[in-house]
Design a protein around this ligand. Structure first.
Ligand SMILES: Cc1cc2nc3c(=O)[nH]c(=O)nc-3n(C[C@H](O)[C@H](O)[C@H](O)COP(=O)(O)OP(=O)(O)OC[C@H]3O[C@@H](n4cnc5c(N)ncnc54)[C@H](O)[C@@H]3O)c2cc1C
Length: 441
């Protein structure tokens, strides 16, 4: 049995561990925190009297086209804890609801009936969007500049109306990519619309965990994968070179050795952990996400979730009978400097515009999570700078949503990167295996 040390217990490290453990490697996973999941995790509500009240750091959403993430959940035996939703509600200020769902036509025309009925766009907006989607289908293969232009550049080139840009393209893409349209490479916008909206009639279906995120990676889940040892509160300090490769990793001053090392930490940790890899990460920067948890004394909505138009808050998720809701703002730079009480006041003000019951409800508690380093900013030109799994050291590999996974910074991207790193380990070991499942189209 060959030994592997995986540093980092986010989805990338967990996926590499599951794949390599399943392939017969002996894997030690070192995670600096007291729990697994990294940026997709859950923990007891800070300051709550009852420590059993567990919240996700932020609502996480997947789509059916996240085939590797779903495969990872299957490896852990937790696929049945993901519930899929087939209807998206778009709510306008004032409360008018439009529903997007798949209809009778086959892909890519499966949204036709629902799209025609959307109330928040007019005919001109819809004709323009239809034209742009047809162009996207064709240009995703023919254009070579998609990583050099922004999504907004492309939408303007396609003469999209301001309302179509604000209420349709921005509403979908800012949440999916966690970046504004004028900062996001068109490449990523294309991928979301192609895989999520056009490639298959069910690929848009939204998966939400029915349990706290952390429960998906519990120790029970790992019991079926032999050879895996998870070590929490174990921060790797530095990778020590030995000849051309790495000789060990320092953990609390101890030298921990393995045949192979997978570094699955966020990009900002790499310079301190592995300076000898000489990676140039100058092109990377962060984009923030803010999650706002609100508990009311009565239900304020019976929708399971909704995307909210024309305001700061972009999504509402109903986490408990309409009384506990979680609001999400992606690319939330405007909220970073705002005091938490002001964020809560803004959220209540806006929410009342969509769900009038908020006006009579009493807010029982609130919790704001500002994830300043939520994801990397998917700006034009960055694709080239994203490193592959292999490094200049033959026994050291990289994983993480920021590496060249073929996906933007998402749970699917993180799992793909973990599988890619695991594949690279098996290749270096002379027994190449494939773990990455191809995209649906
Ligand atoms: C608020 C928020 C909302 C999001 N919403 C969505 C969503 O709806 N859908 C979606 O697909 N994606 C979403 N994402 C993105 C998604 O969470 C990430 O892309 C993904 O979880 C990244 O996984 P990772 O393993 O690459 O990195 P991380 O999750 O950051 O994992 C890295 C791990 O390494 C550990 N670590 C760091 N340094 C060391 C060290 N020296 N030694 C040991 N361990 C170390 C960290 O503690 C961490 O656990 C969201 C992210 C945030 C923050």
């Amino acid at each position: 049995m060959r030994d592997v040390i995986v540093v980092g217990g986010g989805l990338a490290g967990l996926a590499a561990t599951a794949a390599l453990g399943g392939a017969g490697y002996r894997v030690r996973l070192l995670e600096s925190r007291a729990f697994l999941g990294g940026r997709a995790t859950s923990y007891p509500l800070p300051g709550a009297n009852d420590s059993t009240e567990i919240i996700d750091n932020c609502q996480h959403v997947l789509l059916r086209c996240c085939v590797n993430l779903l495969d990872f959940y299957q490896r852990l035996g937790v696929s049945d804890r993901i519930e899929f939703h087939r209807e998206f509600s778009f709510v306008e200020p004032g409360g008018r609801v439009s529903t997007l769902k798949s209809g009778l036509f086959p892909a890519p025309a499966h949204f036709t009936e629902a799209f025609i009925r959307l109330k928040f766009l007019d005919l001109k907006d819809k004709i323009g969007i239809g034209r742009a989607l047809l162009a996207l289908r064709h240009e995703r293969r023919s254009r070579t500049d998609l990583d050099r232009i922004t999504m907004l550049d492309w939408l303007q080139e396609k003469r999209q109306t301001p309302r179509a840009i604000e209420r349709f393209w921005r509403q979908v893409l800012v949440s999916a990519i966690n970046e504004d349209l004028d900062r996001m490479a068109a490449l990523h916008g294309f991928q979301v619309f192609w895989l999520g909206f056009l490639a298959a009639s069910n690929s848009y279906e939204m998966g939400l965990a029915a349990v706290p995120l952390g429960d998906l990676y519990s120790s029970d889940a790992w019991s079926s994968i032999p050879g895996v040892n998870i070590e929490l509160r174990s921060a790797a300090e530095r990778l020590i070179p030995n000849g051309r490769g790495a000789g060990c990793v320092l953990v609390d001053g101890r030298a921990e050795k393995a045949d192979f090392y997978v570094l699955a930490v966020p990009f900002e940790r790499i310079p301190a952990l592995a300076p000898d890899l000489g990676l140039d990460l100058g092109g990377f920067s962060h984009a923030p996400i803010t999650g706002i948890h609100l508990w009311f004394d009565r239900p304020i909505t019976d929708l399971p979730h909704a995307t909210l138009l024309d305001r700061t808050i972009q999504w509402m998720f109903n986490k408990g009978e309409g009384r506990y809701v979680q609001l999400v703002v992606s690319a939330s730079r405007s909220l970073l400097e705002m005091p938490r009480n002001d964020v809560i006041a803004l959220a209540l003000r806006e929410l009342a515009e969509f769900f009038p019951a908020v006006r009579d409800a009493k807010l029982e508690k609130a919790h704001v999570v500002k994830e300043v380093r939520a994801t990397f900013s998917a700006c034009p030109g960055l694709e080239e700078a994203r490193p592959a799994a292999r490094t200049i050291m033959p026994n050291v590999f990289l994983a993480g949503d920021w590496t060249r996974s073929g996906w933007p910074a998402t749970m699917e991207g993180a799992v793909r990167s973990g599988y890619l790193a695991a594949e690279a380990v098996t290749e270096a070991d002379g027994a190449a295996r494939r773990f990455v499942l191809p995209d649906i189209a």
